[in-house]
Each structure stands twice: as C-alpha cells, then as structure tokens.
Design a protein around this ligand. Structure first.
Ligand code: G4P
Length: 524
C-alpha cells in the first residue's frame, strides 16, 4: 500500500462530551455505519459493559465498568476511521486526556437541553492545546431543547470557537421533524426511509413545512432558517482545520438521525494524519521510516503474567508484524512480534499499520507512556501531556518495612499512567495524584493483587499542585527552600509545588513572578 494514500484515508478521532450527552449512543450508531468492528479491550454498549470478562481486573468486574480506553476501527466512505474512546463517567482519568494526544480530530457532543457542560469544556481545552479540529453534534433534538441560536452563541462565548451551522432543526421535542440542510437547501426528514433522497426546497416559507410541522410553527421555522442562512458564518475548511471554527450539526443519536451526515462530513473534512512535531524535526505521515509513540498502557489483561499492552499511534511509515523497532528511551531494539491491529474486520489477515493507526504492543513493562518507537532514529514526540491532578492522596502501607517496595510499585504504576506519583522532598510518604477518583481504586486493587501491598489513602492538606519552572534556577531554589514542606518531585524528578488551596497558589504566584506554575507537563 502506498504510504501517502494509506495515510490520506485515515481519520483518527475521539468523541468528547459531558456524561449523559449521548456519547455512548452516538458511538454505537456511528459504528453501525462501519459494519463489524474490532474492539480493543472494551465492548462499548452499556448493556455489554456489565458482562463479565474473565481476563479483566476484579475492580472492573465489581463495578461493571471499563477502566480502559478502547480503539474502534471501521471503514466507511473509503476512509479508515479509528475511533478512540475517551472514558467519561466515573472512569474519567488521565487516560482520557492522553487519548486526545493521539487523535487528529474530535466530535463534540452537546445535549441540546444543556449546552456546554463542565466536562465538555475541559476536554475541549485539552483539544485546544493542539488546535484539534472539532465537529459539533448537538444531540437529543427529539427532546425539548434550548434555542439553536442560543446554543451556537454559547459555544462561541464559552469556548471562543466560531460556529458554522451545517443544518438547522425543524421543530424540536415532540414536533422534531428533521433538519434543513443550510448548504444544500434540502430537507432531511426524521421519518424518511433509510437511503431516501432528501427533499429539495425551492422557496423557503411557511408552506415549505406544510406536511411536517404544526401550522403554528411553520412561519417561525422558515424565518429562523432564513436568519440562520443570512446571519451565521459559512463553513470554512481552513478555519476548521486550524481549530478556530466548528461545523455544527443537529440530530438525535437515539433516533439515529443526523449520524450518517456526521460521519460523511468527517470523511470529507476531518484531517488525515498531518506532520507531527518531534524533538528533532517534523515527521510527515508518508515518511518511509516508521515512527510512533505510546499514549496509553493497559495492564493486567492477565494478572498472572503481568503482561501489558502499550497502545501506540503510528506517526509515519509502515509498522508491520515482526519488524524490529528501536525504543528511543533505552536505545534498545524491541521486536514487534505480536502487535495487535485494531483496524480490520478480520484481525488475522492484517499485519501492517500506517500513520494514524493505533496498534497494541504486548510487553512486560518495557514500554511506558510517551515512549517513541522508530527504525533507529533518535527522536521523541512532543505532546503526550501530564495534567496537574485534581485529587491528591497520601499513600500509606501498613507494614513500614515495605516502604521501599511501595515506592518501586508506585513508580511502575506512574510509568503506566495509572496515577501520578509525587515524592515529597521532606522524605514523607508518597503522594499520588489523579484526575478521577476511580484511579485510586484501581491503584489500590493493583497494588494488592500484583505486589501484595495493602495500602490506605489518607487525605492531605494539599488541594492543588503545579509544576514549577523558571528561567532562573536560583528563583526555584529560593522558592523550594522556603516551601520545603510543600515541595515534591514527580516521576521524572521535576519539581512540584503543592498548595493547600487555589487561594494559596494565587498568592504564591503573585509573590514569585519569575516562577511559572504550570498545570500541564509534557512527558518528555
Ligand atoms: P453518555 O455516553 O454521553 O453518558 O450518554 P449515553 O449515550 O449513555 O446517553 C445518556 C442518556 O441519553 C441515555 O438515556 C440515552 O438513551 C439518552 N440519549 C442519547 N441520545 C439521545 C437522543 O438523541 N435523544 C434522546 N431522547 N435521548 C438520548 P438513559 O435513559 O440515561 O440510559 P439508557 O438506559 O437508555 O441507556
């Protein structure tokens, strides 16, 4: 397969949303278009989530949810779509953020009745770090929702993102009858048969909606659509690709309405893999040498063997089964004997991956998050970030003799991205940081099962933490010396300031203007 062509067909994306906006429903409907799908680790449907899978951790079985991020791949409209799941509920974790480092675009699902919610905003901000293009799907039009103009306005105001509506709802809630395509001037009806051609509209007035809306709503709907056509921004591909403008589609995932339009639009406008910044150069997707980076580790597929799967995104070249790659961090070769490919209907027949694809590489702890794999070239990829955790807990092991073992185990857990670990410089017990509380349960379960280390968490007096950096090392020394009890080192030895409140953080920021207190740190 020609590398340029293979990369051009790839659409690697995630769906971001606040819990309950309809991500699961939309994912299922999107996958229907691709027919059969390979699922990496997780079966998406909620009903299936409750199924027991023998090779999963106890904690997952107990809670009936998945702790993993999965890859779902399907072909549609001559494109290969790699959909990376971003866990959204209690299983919200660092993985959720990191997954966004491996995608080229995202679909943002918004509940029409609720608008932009907290989690959506947060995930959007992570997308914005790399200016990932976003397609917006305003969902649940079959229920009473907010005024479409108001929703667009909210996206623009809250996210500082221009909007270009592609279609416009006809009715809402009980009167929801379909959408008016603002570009093509056609009506797509909710009750139309699968594959039915949309209805062309010649004149836009009350009569246009004679057979789909109650009389009282027809004229206002026509006026609203005329206004949308006249006043809203038209779609602009460059602006979208630069991450400044989002096309907006209205629909209902539950009714499987608007989903085909959405996926067809993704095929048309979502970017295929683009050159990625690496430490030494930009890496083009059709560069003949294979490169990739690890953005997620899934451990414990089989607790007896401590095997783990590293999820790597291919950035260039061709990754083929059996090839030898170099693990850049150690300079050692790693044999890709049994990479798992998620992008084919039939796993057995596929043995190569291209830029944009995700492969699972089984290993016994050799690979860690942020690792680069190349064909011998010494480069690393930027942008697999750590985010300052929102929950900080001190870890205590009951048997004091095991303190050293605990540190080693925590180091491994941090390398896998289960939690972040901070070692206080005053030598007190390690502190772990997470963005979702479930990560703490996972850590506890795994330390007990894999290391025979029963641990307890204790609250700390710290509420927020930030990495501290300065152009002047003396400033950092001064700060660290006067805040010895509040300083810790992360896995890489980077210095972290832990504050008892955001108020304290602001206070210290004001007092030490030469220091930057950052809440995002690259892995390399
Ligand atoms: P999430 O993954 O973003 O959390 O959302 P999910 O798809 O689970 O949807 C949350 C709830 O919203 C579900 O109802 C789902 O059926 C409903 N929903 C999703 N899309 C639509 C839509 O287009 N229209 C309407 N009316 N509802 C929609 P639930 O009752 O909470 O769960 P369930 O028991 O139906 O699974």
């Amino acid at each position: 397969m020609n590398l340029t062509k293979a990369a051009a067909r790839r659409r690697t994306f995630a769906i971001i949303s606040h819990p309950d906006a309809g991500k699961t429903t939309l994912t299922e409907k999107v996958l229907l278009f691709g027919g059969a799908i390979q699922l990496a680790g997780e079966v998406k449907a909620k009903a299936n989530r409750r199924q027991t899978r023998s090779d999963w951790m106890d904690i997952e079985r107990e809670r009936g949810i998945s702790v993993v991020t999965s890859v779902m791949t399907f072909e549609y409209a001559d494109c290969v779509f790699n959909l990376l799941d971003t866990p959204g509920h209690e299983d919200f974790s660092d993985d959720t953020y990191r997954t966004l480092s491996a995608v080229d675009s995202a679909i943002m699902v918004i509940d029409a009745a609720k608008g932009i919610e907290a989690r959506t905003k947060k995930l959007f901000e992570v997308c914005r770090l790399r200016d990932i293009p976003i397609v917006t799907f305003i969902n649940k039009l079959d229920r009473e929702g907010r005024d479409p103009f108001e929703l667009l306005e909210e996206i623009e105001q809250t996210l500082a993102l221009d909007t270009a509506p592609i279609n416009w709802p006809i009715g809402v809630g009980r009167t929801f009858a379909g959408v008016y395509d603002l570009e093509e001037n056609v009506i797509r009806r909710l009750d139309a048969k699968e594959n039915a051609a949309p209805e062309a509209v010649d004149t836009l007035d009350a009569s246009t909606f004679a057979d789909c809306l109650p009389e009282s709503d027809r004229a206002t709907t026509a006026e609203e659509i005329a206004l949308a056509k006249a006043a809203c921004r038209p779609f602009d591909l460059d602006s979208f690709r630069e991450g400044h403008l989002t096309p907006v589609l209205f629909g209902s995932a539950l009714r499987n309405f608007g989903v085909r339009d959405l996926i067809e639009r993704m095929a048309k406008i979502a970017p295929s893999p683009e050159p990625r910044p690496a430490s030494t150069r930009m890496v083009a997707p059709d560069d003949p040498k294979m490169t990739g980076f690890v953005f997620k580790i899934q451990a414990n597929m089989d607790p007896n063997h401590r095997d783990r799967i590293a999820f790597a995104r291919v950035c260039s070249g061709r990754l083929s089964r059996g090839m030898k790659a170099m693990l850049v961090r150690t300079g050692k070769p790693i044999s890709l004997q049994a990479p798992q490919f998620f992008f084919a209907q039939d796993r057995a027949t596929v043995d190569e991956a291209f830029a944009g694809d995700i492969v699972g590489i089984p290993n016994h702890g050799t690979l860690r998050i942020g690792d680069a794999l190349t064909e011998g070239e010494n480069l690393t990829f930027r942008g697999v970030p750590s985010f300052a955790p929102e929950i900080l807990r001190r870890v205590r092991v009951q048997d004091a003799m095991k303190a050293k073992k605990l540190r080693e185990a925590l180091r491994q857990m941090a390398e896998e991205g289960v939690v972040q670990v901070f070692l206080p410089v005053d030598g007190s017990q390690p502190i772990v940081g997470v963005v979702g509380a479930l990560q703490l349960d996972v850590l506890k379960g795994r330390l007990a099962a894999e290391y025979s280390l029963p641990i307890e968490f204790e609250t700390t007096r710290f509420e927020v933490c930030r990495w501290v950096e300065s152009a002047d090392p003396a400033e950092i020394d001064k700060f660290a010396a006067s805040h010895r009890g509040d300083m810790a080192e992360d896995l890489d030895g980077a210095l972290v300031y832990m504050a008892t409140s955001s108020f304290m953080l602001t206070h210290e920021r004001d007092r030490y203007p030469a220091i930057t207190f950052t809440d995002i740190k690259d892995y390399q």
